[in-house]
Each structure stands twice: as structure tokens, then as C-alpha cells.
Write a protein of this length. Structure first.
Length: 334
């Protein structure tokens, strides 16, 4: 998300049972940064309970959290919803980062937190376990601000803010914030290619070795080029990926393309080896990889094909070759 620019998005105000915003009124959308009211947004009716929102994001310091509070009337009941925009110019939460955010205690049926002076409870969970305390400030009826300073984090740590309140005698538990340390796109200053990172994962999974570390072993894993020796080897190649564009938070999602090639003298041996590689890649999820003291996270690996036998090499050795194609997403190095 970029400050000082106009930001547009679409909202819906369809309620339980298909009820929509009253036809003679528009929903009200207010912009907040760090839980503080900034300005009203321009709302236009797109029809069928759909509305366009145009909002100018003010100049601000990096790290502020952007939100919109949506208020509408549906079947005489006032309903509220918070739309999260994310942090300004920050791809990932970090140690000691202050988090200030707005939240509401009104459910989709319009029932509010019991207004008896008791504030709702917000718990912060680090990797699913209770962590630092959260300060809750009441701004108005059913509208609150949560303030917390994040604890010490390492790559892959998750932070969750969980809300608990009482609405019409019912205890409601919801998650109002969730993020992962290092959850961002790799920058242009990446020190290693995506397939070097993937090779490190394959080696960690026991699928092969670095040739320089074990020159006598079969199944060395190469990057970009497979030499003639040894007969049994693996190579990982960079291929075309997909750039999915920017999220509302400003993060750009890229899927980096790769191809893995297995070569060996016997068909059955190559087939089994490639099947092992494929099975291993299915298990890779938020895996931390360290190369030359630089840390990366493989967020996920997607296989876009199954193992393919591409035939024997047209030389006297007649070695069998198999390929596997896919894409992967990577998190920021920190």
C-alpha cells in the first residue's frame, strides 16, 4: 500500500438471509490509521448490495496500520465491519514492532458487546502460545483499539490477536489479526537464485548432495547445467514464473518457476528417484533455508506436472532422463 495516493476497492453489505443495505442510504466508510480516525471515504452504489469505495491515503510514517470501518443498516439493524489494509511499506512483522489496530464487537446480526463497562479481551498468541499483554481502549460503543508491542521474533514466527467478547450473553471468539515474520516477497537484492534455494531444500531432505562436498557420491545436485559425469545426477533449472500482482496490503506475490531433471542409467532407478523428489516437494511448507548465512523461507511448492520420462540421451551412454516442473513462493530474507 502506498500513502499519498488514491486507493479504490469494492465492498458488499449483504446480510444474513440475503438482506442488503437500505436502498435510500449508502454505507458509511471511515479511514483509520493505527486505530485513529483520519477521514471519510467516497462511496458509490454499484447495485445489488455492492459499493465502490475511494479513499485518499495520507502521508504517514512507515509501519502504520491501515483500516476502514464500514457501517451500514440492514433490515433496521446497524452492522459494522472492519476492512484491513495492512501496514504501510512493511512486508512483514518484526521484533519490537508496535501494532495499533481498530476492531469492533458487533456481530453480523447487529448484536453488540454487552455495554456494561467491561472491555472485550484481546489475547496475543505467538506460534499458538499466549505471549505479551494487549491494551484495549474503548473509542465508542462497540468500537475499540488494540495496542501491543510485538515480542522478539525469528523468521517463521506467527502472531495472532484473538478477540473474546460477550454479545447477547453469547461469548464470541474471533481472530482480528494474523501475520508471519518474514511473510513478504523477496527483494531485488536477493543473493541467490530461486533454484539455488530449492536445491538447498532438496539436499536438506536427503535427495542428493553438493558435488564439492562429496565428489564420489551419486546424485549430486547441480544448478542450471548438468555435466556429463557422474551418470546419476540431478539438476534444477530456473523457468518462467508467474507474477500475480499486488495484494491490498502492497505485497507483490510471485511464483518462481523451476524444473528438476533426474538422469541415471536404469529406467526404474530414475523413475523411483523422481517419485521420491515429487513426494518430498509435497511436504515443503514454510521451510527455512540458510545459504551462505542468508536466510530464506520456501512458503510453498506447487508441482505443475507429474514426473515425465523424456527418453534416453542420443549418445552411446543411452542414459534415462526424467523431468518435473513447478513453481514456488519465497519469503523475504532477513
Amino acid at each position: 500500500m502506498r500513502f499519498g495516493t488514491t486507493h479504490s476497492f469494492e465492498i458488499t453489505t449483504t446480510g444474513i438471509g440475503g438482506l442488503v443495505q437500505a436502498a435510500d442510504a449508502l454505507p458509511v466508510v471511515h479511514l483509520y490509521t493505527n486505530g485513529t480516525y483520519i477521514s471519510a471515504s467516497v462511496v458509490s452504489d454499484l447495485g445489488s448490495g455492492r459499493y465502490g469505495v475511494v479513499s485518499t491515503i495520507p502521508a504517514s510514517t512507515s509501519g502504520q496500520y491501515i483500516q476502514w470501518l464500514v457501517t451500514w443498516v440492514c433490515d433496521t439493524l446497524t452492522r459494522h465491519r472492519v476492512v484491513n489494509g495492512g501496514f504501510h511499506n512493511v512486508d512483514s512483522i518484526t521484533s519490537g514492532q508496535p501494532v495499533l489496530m481498530l476492531f469492533v464487537t458487533v456481530n453480523q446480526m447487529g448484536v453488540k458487546q454487552d455495554d456494561d463497562g467491561a472491555a472485550p479481551t484481546i489475547r496475543m498468541l505467538k506460534n499458538g502460545a499466549a505471549s505479551s499483554s494487549v491494551t484495549v481502549t474503548r473509542l465508542s460503543s462497540s468500537l475499540y483499539r488494540a495496542t501491543v508491542t510485538l515480542p522478539s521474533l525469528v523468521l517463521g514466527d506467527s502472531i495472532q490477536l484473538s478477540q473474546s467478547c460477550v454479545c447477547d450473553t453469547l461469548v464470541l471468539d474471533t481472530t482480528i489479526f494474523y501475520d508471519i515474520c518474514g511473510q513478504g516477497d523477496l527483494s531485488s537484492t536477493m543473493l541467490h537464485s530461486p533454484v539455488e534455494i530449492l536445491r538447498a531444500s532438496l539436499i536438506a531432505g536427503g535427495l542428493g548432495v553438493l558435488r564439492s562436498e562429496s565428489p564420489s557420491e551419486d546424485w549430486p545436485i547441480f544448478v542450471g547445467h548438468m555435466p556429463d559425469a557422474p551418470d546419476s545426477a540431478i539438476c534444477v533449472y530456473d523457468t518462467a514464473g508467474v507474477k500475480d500482482g499486488r495484494l491490498m496490503t502492497g505485497k507483490t506475490i510471485r511464483h518462481h518457476g523451476w524444473q528438476i531433471r533426474v538422469r541415471t542409467t536404469a529406467y526404474d532407478t530414475g523413475f523411483v528417484k523422481m517419485a521420491m523428489v515429487s513426494d518430498y516437494l509435497d511436504t515443503v511448507l514454510r521451510e527455512i533455508v540458510v545459504i551462505d548465512e542468508t536466510t530464506y523461507v520456501i512458503q510453498a511448492v506447487i508441482q505443475t506436472s507429474g514426473p515425465v520420462a523424456v527418453g534416453q540421451e542420443p549418445d552411446v551412454k543411452r542414459r534415462e532422463n526424467f523431468t518435473l516442473n513447478g513453481m514456488m513462493t519465497l519469503q523475504s530474507a532477513i
